[in-house]
Design a protein around this ligand. Sequence first.
Ligand code: TXE
Length: 483
Amino acid sequence: MNIQNYINGEFVNPIKNNWLDNYNPSIGEVYGQIPNSTKEDVENAYLAAAKAFSSWSNTTLEERSNILSKIAHLILEKLDVLAAAESKDNGKPISLAKQVDIPRAASNFQFFANAITQFSSESHESIGLNAVNFTLRQPIGVVGCISPWNLPLYLFTWKIAPAIAAGNCVVAKPSEITPMTAYLLGEICNEAGLPEGVLNIVHGLGSTTGQAIVAHPNIKAISFTGGTKTGAHIAKVAAPMFKKLSLELGGKNPNIIFADCNYDKMLETTVRSSFANQGQICLCGSRILVEEKIYEKFKKDFIKKVSELKVGNPSDNSTNIGAIVSAEHLEKVKSYIDIAEQEGGRILFGGNKVIIKNCENGYYLQPTIIEVTNNRCRLNQEEIFGPVVTLMSFKTDKEALTLANDTKYGLSATLWTNNLNRTMQFSKQLQTGIIWVNTWMLRDLRTPFGGQKDSGVGREGGFEALRFFTEPKNICIQYESPS
Ligand code: TXE
């Protein structure tokens, strides 16, 4: 299955005719080709976006809202096709794609279809000076959206929806590892009546195609989700060009469990926050910190629950843990398991690759639990981004807070306790952009989403996203006093 770039509402081959293999990770085989676009393709996408900008930025909010809403409905109509494509491309269980990825892609469009009709700005009367100030929030122009392979359509649409809702035109690049649902979105946009050139999708490697978007002199804002290292590189390229940057990067999120929590709910949720999407979510609670008095009980119960998870073919409805996204990523995750012992860790469960019947060449790994004694070890300091969590115990609140913050990342934290004072004290002192208390991954799209420290810069979601994708302009008018 070969896919093409989506430029000016049409599907076109890459100009230089370079192609990349696209793998199905569940069987470890190439199942198609995607464009390895060059800067010429990116230039064509930019020109299409620039041409569409003046009319698109002058459509009424109602027109935009209706089109975004239609895209949302079409995504839901095609849920099964999109979920099957996502699962095949990424290796995630089909059940997860159906329950999370694709519905959320629709919600992203529906949310901003609504939000744009409520997005306004204040005016300020300078009393006694016969002056009034008001603020226009105008679209930036052509913006770049670059997304990763872990939640492909979910994160791709999370950027595109607010960008076009705000009146911008977009040059978007999905990960070269999971291009399929982005490709399918192009047809959906045409069917929804999105004018040609408002959204342009170019496929290809980050270092070439992605780089060409980031370095393009007239693409004035970049919204990126991916690795911290890549984010730092993008910032280096874009900063001297004074582009607006939204960088959603890696995480090494603490999951802090106190004895006074709702134990059963904590246990069931912790299995999910540890291994959902094969642990390939930047919000996963990969460092589990447990109050000493329940540590042994938790360890026993957690291992038992995790041992019941089924590693299998992602297209099998009973599969809980699907394939790792690529052979390279499988090796990267395995390399951390292999250093566990020398890092002072002890593998309590898992740690091995799995051979799945009829998928012998697929990329499968057991959910893995490693007990560590020192938070400075590599397993606790580096983002593994796979089905691997570490366990540590703590005695006091102070120790728990210190451990939780002892990381270069600052994306999210999960706290399990029924103690109100502790909840507020931790909420104020945890150095993360998101804190879940007695839950995980409960998402209200109105909230600011993003992290501190090495987890990135800026926030997505709600009006934060619409502010990112617009330029505020203050206008001050002085008028004559009545004669
Ligand atoms: O991200 P990359 P990958 C973390 C996780 C993972 C690591 C790398 O640790 O192991 O990032 O994952 C494009 N200029 N997260 O390889 O490389 C690339 O083509 C412009 C956390 O997916 O950062 C892809 O479209 N673009 C993250 C996108 O950037 C470039 C989710 C992400 O690729 C580029 C995924 C360049 N120079 C991985 N280089 C999260 N926070 O959710 C690459 N790209």
